[in-house]
Write a protein that binds this ligand. Structure first.
Ligand code: 5GP
Ligand code: MN
Length: 337
């Protein structure tokens, strides 16, 4: 891959590196940032991981998670790190608008930008662009391919291997979707090199709080709407729910996927009323592309089966828009699976 050769050339001398990922970072975002950080530090680079917003508590066990800078709580330190950076890595996202003000700082900096990502339709802002929306499950999987091409597999620290597994596992729902034969062989290679898949699965799946399970119960019993004639389902959360359940970033991760367990649901929506914005997550099983729906209705994007976007207006309006979208596409949704 020419891009990997270019990357190795760029990484010729140790220098200051910032690694970032998207707002509301998930396991693939945090996993890819940390996996790259550990190996670059081993190569004597000075690395800061800086994220736009808080990462989920369920990832706090990861090595150096405490050192991650979060723009929402320490703007000055993040901006200073970007200003000092010689190289900025943008992992698991493909448009600078997904990282808000941090994106402006990166666009204004003189650092070389490297994007490694698996979302559809990348923007053209990186000096080195490694993008694969079709062939890999996750940015962590793509990063593994990059490490392999770079000839780094034998020097990857065990923390990098575990962090790569975090992204593979979260973006495939524990190897339930987005899996190609290659994904399984890459996971197997990572484990053969020393990745502790049992530990990572355990950390990700068996350490939720009581609060999280109660919130899930509330979503399923009080906030779920099923549209059987359109093969769609929706869960929504109000501002008051956020207060009543003390919902923090990451607590709602994965809830939308429960809808897809229903036979009658081919397309699932999860709509949450945040302080200044309505956030929308869309998921599908089968052939219907929620990427298109997210971009058409909620100015968002993502992947065919998992996308998101946002909406300025009331929760009620955002729900009506979802109902409008599933009505418009009902034939495609019904036939898609
Ligand atoms: P989630 O629903 O978990 O927030 O996101 C699902 C997928 O959609 C992720 O791959 C994420 O990157 C993408 N996504 C979520 N929100 C947005 C958004 O506002 N804009 C764009 N372009 N993509 C989004
Ligand atoms: Mn991802």
């Amino acid at each position: 891959m020419q891009e990997v050769k270019d990357l190795l050339q760029l990484l010729g001398e140790p220098c200051n590196v910032v690694i970032t990922s998207h707002r509301n970072p998930d396991g693939d975002a945090v996993g890819s940032c940390l996996a790259l950080k550990y190996i670059l530090e081993k190569k004597f680079f000075n690395v800061k991981v800086a994220l736009p917003s808080e990462f989920p508590d369920v990832l706090a066990w990861m090595t150096d998670a405490d050192d991650i800078l979060v723009y929402d709580r320490e703007k000055e330190r993040v901006i200073e790190a970007i200003e000092k950076a010689d190289i900025v890595f943008c992992l698991d996202f493909n448009t600078l608008s997904r990282i808000d003000k941090m994106g402006e700082a990166i666009a204004a900096s003189s650092a070389k930008i490297v994007m490694i990502d698996h979302h559809l339709y990348p923007d053209n802002f990186a000096h080195i662009l490694i993008s694969d929306p079709e062939g890999v499950s996750s940015t962590c999987e793509l990063l593994f391919v990059v490490f392999k091409e770079a000839g780094w597999l034998n020097i990857l620290p065990s923390e990098s291997l575990d962090a790569l597994l975090v992204g593979l596992i979260t973006d495939t729902g524990s190897f339930k979707f987005s899996i190609r034969t290659k994904t399984l062989s890459h996971a197997s290679e990572i484990v053969a090199l020393g990745g502790d898949i049992e530990k990572v699965q355990d950390r990700l799946n068996n350490h939720q709080s009581e609060k999280w399970l109660k919130l899930l119960g509330h979503c399923l019993s009080k906030r779920m709407i099923i549209y059987p004639e359109k093969k769609a389902g929706l869960i929504y959360l109000t501002k008051k729910d956020y207060i009543d359940f003390n919902i923090l970033r990451g607590d709602t991760e994965g809830i939308v996927n429960y809808l897809l367990q229903l036979d009658v649901v081919h397309v699932a929506g999860f709509i949450t009323e945040q302080p200044t914005i309505i956030k929308v997550s869309l998921r599908s099983k089968g052939n219907f592309s929620v990427q298109q729906m997210a971009s058409e209705y909620y100015k968002g994007g993502g992947h065919k089966n998992a996308s998101g976007g946002s909406f300025y207006g009331s929760l009620k309006q955002a729900i009506s828009l979802f109902e409008e979208a599933i009505d418009k596409y009902k034939v495609e949704i019904i036939q898609s699976y």
